[in-house]
Design a protein around this ligand. Sequence first.
Ligand code: MRU
Length: 359
Amino acid sequence: LAKTRIVPAKPESGIPAVLLVRQDTLFVLDQRKLPRSVTYVTCTTASEVAAAITSMAVRGAPAIGLCAALGLAVVAKRSAHMSPDAFVRKMERAAGRIAAARPTAADLGAVVRRILDALHEAPPKTRVDAVVATAEAVKTELEAACARISQEGARLLEGRRRLMTYCNTGSLATGVGHGTALGAIIEAARSGKVEKVWVPETRPYLQGSRLTAFELWCAGIRPTVIPDSAAPSVIAAGEVDAIVVGADRIAANGDVANKIGTYGLAVAASLAGIPFYVAAPLSTFDIGCRDAAQIPIEARSGAELVQEVWGKAWGRRISAYYPAFDVTPGEFVTAIVCEEGVLEPPYPGAIRSVLAARQ
Ligand code: MRU
């Protein structure tokens, strides 16, 4: 990826913009470098957008969906000179390339399908505008969804003083707005009654200790970072009043795919008798997946695990297995917060109704 440094590294000035469109170029904040430096990768082609997603420069289910939308808008603008048929073929190829960049987050495929539908429905002369307008609509709707999820989530967390989250679900993970689970925590903390936010580091990319801790810090909240392996025992020790996490895909029966390690937190929460909440926009729900067994789990290269720890030379010789997500059965989920409110078990009916009401 081409790398362009366009904003100086000043984390104390706040959280930098995640996705910026300037004319017909998309600038993607390189989250792998945060919070140490604020650097953007430039994307002008579908391959560059897909590479930004696959390589984790941008991550978080809603943010990669939005990145796909804005990336396709950029590709459309740059292809406006083509004949109508060539334009459609080019956009379909671009959509396929970007949708395949990461498999687990439902938002990515959903957004790409929505852009393609808009493209196919528009008359040839307005196709570029239709793609750009749909990408803008995705952004506006996501921003509103995050605001609502943060408020509803904060209401659920009322009276819970010691919270735990996982991975990163703040504005860095949604691309716009306040984020989902982390948005709810930040909103809840406005009451002044939140005493502690436990943040497991989230190996190997450290979305917890680098990104969530940074976002909490920017919001004036002191995080307490712990090793991932410490989280279940901290819960068991009675140090946590509620857990709230995000999701990458929620199946029709309420099973929730999220960052690897989430399942262990849910089991520990259940044993400790504390609520385990999931916060996610409707774009993360996929009723095409009946249950956990149908959710595709991304297997990332084992090298990403061992290089971090051992350095490249060792990493090449050591075999490692890195499933990037796990699935928490719906039975362990106390409630799911979305932009339409709070869903409670039994999830199959609750999810069906909330999605039907949307159509
Ligand atoms: O691999 P990542 O960093 O994309 O994983 C992100 C998560 O698991 C988040 O919890 C999820 O996408 C929700 S983001 C609002």
